[in-house]
Design a protein around this ligand. Structure first.
Ligand code: PLP
Length: 385
């Protein structure tokens, strides 16, 4: 491993994976917008081709993310879903079985429940708070899959007992920790084998690219890369360059997201018209202690529940002047969305309520604007409600 990998995240985010230091070399890496590369003699050296993930921009960002995750290797791909899909395809074959948390990003849940069965891979879903992980394991279980914090209630199932169980049974554990980012939660520190991030969110950080990363042991990442040779979800060099550029400020951005979100959560807490505030940094959150034990910061995501229900939530979101009403998260700008209209729209109100998502629920991806400007925007919107 690169000796630079011993450095702290803020430094790694800038220097890990950097090119040769020599007079005349650029400080900022160039965009190598080339699909293919010159070859030497037949059979000599590695074949370089951008779909193979070995374009210089892809390599640079992959080394950087591996260093941040403190993992051996990383594959950088065309979306967070590509990262999840290629990982699961790489780790399983027909007849195999996966045990996954029942609280997953919607497309991940659909991939497991509907798509992988078409390839002969079945999944048993386990409620990460009340379910029995051990009872779900089978002789051909090849992956245990977790996601934390969950969307949108920001629950943080403690991964440590699940990791211990999976390892006792020799099964790799894969964790999507997109909502935390590797700055707030380093999955490898609790023994997670393979860490997935939708780099579209905090890693990229500017809502201007779609990308995904998978980090883990080199043997696993080689299989993920081999799978992506076939399915082809490679990241364009320019997007890889943008991602590398975004990651350079990851540490300071996340620090500011954490601080702003805490201020926003405290500002909403107890305010008239607000029934509940969901934020792992508040002692009222059911997983506050787990977050304190495992996370460096409580993150940039906040949930609020408007007392006036669906109508109030629509009016509140419609009245915002600074925050954008848009799905996604992790960008510099504050985004608000309502699970009822987006990620959870296919569920009945009763089913959503059972998951802790009443109709008045508004999810806020708190950006890095001035927090007083943000709360002034929220106050104005609440007054109009
Ligand atoms: N994982 C989580 C937790 C997400 O929230 C998302 C997208 O919102 C994804 C994965 C998928 O990422 P992408 O949109 O980059 O494919």
């Amino acid at each position: 491993m690169d000796p630079k990998n011993e450095l702290k995240p803020a430094t790694l985010a800038i220097h890990a994976g950097e090119g040769v230091r020599a007079p005349g070399q650029p400080v900022a890496p160039p965009v190598v917008q080339s699909a293919t590369f010159l070859w030497g003699e037949p059979g000599e050296g590695e074949l370089l081709y951008t779909r193979y993930g070995n374009n210089p921009n892809q390599i640079q960002v992959a080394r950087k993310v591996a260093a941040l995750e403190r993992m051996e290797a990383c594959a950088v791909l065309g979306s967070g879903m590509a990262a999840t899909a290629m990982t699961l395809l790489a780790l399983t074959e027909s007849g195999d079985h996966i045990v996954a948390s029942s609280r997953l990003y919607g497309a991940t849940g659909t991939l497991l429940a509907k798509e992988l069965p078409r390839r002969g891979v079945e999944t048993t879903f386990v409620d990460p708070f009340e379910g029995d992980w051990e009872a779900a394991l089978r002789p051909r279980t090849r992956v245990v899959f977790l996601e934390l914090p969950t969307n949108p209630t920001l629950r943080i199932p403690d991964p440590r007992p699940v990791v211990e169980l999976a390892h006792r049974r020799g099964i790799p554990i894969v964790c999507d920790a997109t909502f935390a980012s590797p700055v707030n939660f380093q999955a490898s520190s609790v023994g997670v084998d393979v860490a997935i991030q939708s780099a579209t969110k905090y890693l990229g950080g500017h809502s201007d690219l779609i990308a995904g990363v998978v980090s883990g042991p080199k043997a696993v990442i080689d299989r993920v890369v081999a799978m992506s040779h076939l399915y082809g979800p490679s990241l364009d060099p320019h997007a890889a360059w943008l991602l590398d550029r975004g990651i350079r400020t990851l540490d300071v951005r996340v620090e500011r997201h954490n601080r702003n979100a805490m201020e926003v959560a405290r500002w909403f807490d107890g305010r008239a018209g607000i029934d509940a505030v969901v934020y792992p940094g508040l002692p009222s959150h059911p997983d506050h202690e787990t977050a304190k034990a495992l996370f460096r910061g409580f993150g940039g995501m906040v949930g609020i529940v408007l007392a006036g229900g669906a109508e109030a939530a629509d009016a509140f979101v419609g009245a915002l002047e600074l925050a954008f009403a848009a799905p996604s998260l992790g960008g510099v700008e504050t985004l608000v969305s309502q699970p009822r209209h987006t990620s959870h729209r296919s569920m009945t109100p009763e089913a959503r309520l059972a998951q802790g998502i009443p109709d008045g629920f508004v999810r806020i991806s708190v950006g890095i604007e001035n927090s007083a400007d943000l709360t002034a925007d929220f106050e104005r919107a609440l007054t109009r409600v």
